[in-house]
Design a protein around this ligand. Sequence first.
Ligand SMILES: Nc1ncnc2c1ncn2[C@@H]1O[C@H](COP(=O)(O)OP(=O)(O)OP(=O)(O)O)[C@@H](O)[C@H]1O
Length: 259
Amino acid sequence: MNANIHGSNLILKTVLEVRDLTVSYGKVEALSNANIKVGEGQIVTVIGPNGAGKTTMLSAIMGLLESRGKVDFDGTIEGVPVVERMVARGMNLVPEKRELFGEMTVEDNLVLGAFQRHRSGHRDHAQTMEEVYQLFPRLKERRSQLAGTLSGGERQMLAVGRALMAKPKLLMLDEPSLGLAPLIVREIFRIISELRRRGVSILLVEQNARAALQVADYAYVLETGEIAMEGPARQLADDPRVIEAYLGLGGKHQEMLST
Ligand SMILES: Nc1ncnc2c1ncn2[C@@H]1O[C@H](COP(=O)(O)OP(=O)(O)OP(=O)(O)O)[C@@H](O)[C@H]1O
């Protein structure tokens, strides 16, 4: 699956290709025939207002929701995804609600992130944990603290760190900046860039369109379950429709101006 994707001059390997992905909740179609691609080592973002279907899209790609369409991941035509297989093959999702084990320590939460890898015979979790601690020194300082007592920013760092323990090829992040103070948001986006530098491909769902378009290579705008626009992130950031709806002062979706 090598292709000149996303108008890049480089020939990138396609890590993820989603075709005609459709999800219905009862009679309501929350995602309609969505097509997206992520190239190896790219950050691709999906922006859009509340209720557009962003979380639904990530959950369906991960195999957590029933869907129609195709999800090809890392060279294998998957058809409808199944979550255990996706994790085993290197896909990982950091959900919007973080979903940590609050009664367990930071370190135990990290160890759990390596569970699937351990089960398939890998014994490198100590080294991976050091890499995670290098990325998030704050987690190292708090390794013995219960996850339930962490601050919002630390919880997000732990959620990302735990996902990294699985050494994912593709990391999907659902609104990592949600509810965090501007300084922490900046730190989270710095880490997202650093992960790309380390070769992780990233699919980033964000309401903070400004920050997401700054960090991403390519972007999709999802509105009421449909891909309304797409293009290189810099190009979309300059598009009058995107500026009006998502970036400009007085834009339609004020909640996105959180930083
Ligand atoms: N389990 C469910 N049952 C029924 N409808 C649902 C369910 N989950 C989501 N929806 C609906 O599907 C639509 C898309 O929701 P989704 O959470 O995917 O949007 P989103 O873009 O992630 O929104 P937000 O930015 O607010 O998290 C919404 O109208 C939502 O109310």
